[in-house]
Design a protein around this ligand. Structure first.
Ligand code: FCB
Length: 429
């Protein structure tokens, strides 16, 4: 029987620091902020330097799994040139996790690329697959015997939308056909990697961490808002999982957009990672360039986060039910809140974890929960102003770490649940 994993999640770029990649280039060009102010990165949470201390904090929280990503730009800063020292450090990190009995969940792609990538092998071209697989193989050769859980891509649709839909991420394009093409190449790359990983390490579990959102009509009384909500729900939540089953990547937005192409995915995925944060309202606007308006409202009464997002814990149960329908294991690979109010963070955790455990008890294949994020870190469009962490990072004082009360709270939840499961298992024998 596979255990239930209790973890925290992070990504390389957001926490490590001391790297140059497509995002730092983009920031230097003023790409992130409308007012052109930069830079904001300031080395994430300096985890690349402080990882040993940070792993002691993981131990203190008592997590049984840690989701992290590897920074491609660090491993291959120039095309074809591999930085062995960086690889060595990732290996030491993985070995340390294993020593601490923490299961590593390794994400290969979490939004960032080496500086040379978009000019030479962008995701809109077939060359991307070869370049990315070369990087993935380096990790597979070095760490494949110790990594059981691989997440090939984090939120491929979110990335494609930000990079090719509304020009928020590099390469900063706004072209829906290119967006779908980039997405298609990423998914093809996933399925190719799936075959490679499984043939080298048959026990490995390979999945994708996908962002899921609860959409609701802005004006429930308006039929057009209701249809729009269904359409967006299909596009954002269902299009990719359905493509895994039907081998077609397709989406149609009446009058505006139509994409329908074959794709060889053959349901090659072991688990869906669920990244869940909020409910969002969608309203139709008579504006061909921007026909959809999104907004947040505290309709649940659970409050809004510092990102302005609506907290809606019941939504997690709804998403888990939806994803269970795809017939694969489920890990909640991200769920968390940006807030300066740690009591609110604890309420957020309690409410969402309760929904996750209820779903598991109802027989849904939920196998783990990862709080986003381990440390306060760099949030893509917001810099370090938004604090998601269980661990406070003092950006002004040498990145000093302090466990928040919510970290101790999470530690307690984990410990209670683990004891419960052990007792239950003992009773079975
Ligand atoms: C998700 C991203 C993650 C983090 C959270 C807040 O969409 O995967 O890196 O920024 O949002």
């Amino acid at each position: 029987m596979k255990p239930f994993y209790w973890g925290v999640a992070s990504s390389a770029f957001q926490t490590e620091g001391y790297v140059q990649n497509d995002m730092t280039d983009w920031e230097a060009l003023g790409g992130f902020r409308q007012d052109g102010k930069n830079p904001l990165y300031q080395n994430g949470s300096a985890h690349w330097l402080h990882w040993q201390d940070d792993f002691r904090l993981l131990e203190q929280i008592g997590v049984t799994a840690y989701r992290f990503s590897v920074e491609w730009a660090r491993i291959e800063p120039e095309r074809g040139q591999i930085d062995q020292a960086a690889l060595d450090q990732y290996e030491r990190m993985v070995d340390r996790m294993l020593e601490l009995n923490i299961e590593p969940f390794l994400t290969l792609h979490h939004f960032t690329h080496p500086t040379w990538f978009h000019a030479q092998t962008p995701w809109t071209s077939e060359l991307a697959q070869e370049a990315f697989c070369r990087f993935a193989h380096i990790l597979l050769n070095r760490l494949g015997d110790r990594i059981r859980y691989w997440i090939t891509f984090n939120e491929p649709l979110v990335w494609a939308l930000a990079a090719y839909g509304d020009a928020k991420f590099p390469p900063g394009k706004s072209n829906l056909n290119e967006m779908m093409l980039a997405l298609k190449n990423m998914l093809k790359t996933h399925s190719c990697l799936y075959r490679h990983i499984k043939s080298a390490f048959p026990l490995a579990q390979v999945g994708i961490a996908k962002h899921f959102i609860i959409f609701a009509p802005g004006r429930n009384w308006l039929a057009v808002d209701r249809s729009l909500t269904d359409l967006i729900h299909h596009f954002f939540n269902e299009m990719i999982p359905q493509a895994f089953k039907s081998n077609r990547l397709k989406f149609r937005f009446p009058l505006l957009f139509n994409f329908d192409e074959p794709i060889d995915l053959n349901n090659q995925i072991d688990f869906w990672g669920v990244n869940y944060y909020y409910r969002m309202l969608a309203s139709f606007r008579l504006n061909l360039r921007k026909p959809i308006h999104f907004a947040f409202k505290d309709a649940s009464g659970e409050g809004l986060t510092d990102m302005g997002w609506e907290i809606y814990s019941e939504g997690l149960a709804r998403i888990l039910k939806l994803v269970a329908g795809y017939g694969k294991d489920i890990y909640i690979t991200e769920n968390g809140i940006a807030t300066g109010n740690d009591a609110l963070r604890m309420r957020f955790m309690d409410a969402h974890i309760q929904q996750a455990l209820k779903a598991e008890q109802m027989g849904l294949p939920v196998k783990g929960y990862f709080y986003w994020s381990f440390l306060d870190n760099y949030e893509w469009l917001e810099g370090n102003s938004k604090r998601f962490g269980l661990v406070h990072v003092d950006y002004k004082q040498n990145f000093v770490r302090t466990l928040k009360q919510s970290a101790t709270h999470y530690a307690r939840l984990i410990s209670i649940d683990r004891t419960k499961r052990q007792t239950k298992n003992l009773k079975k024998f």
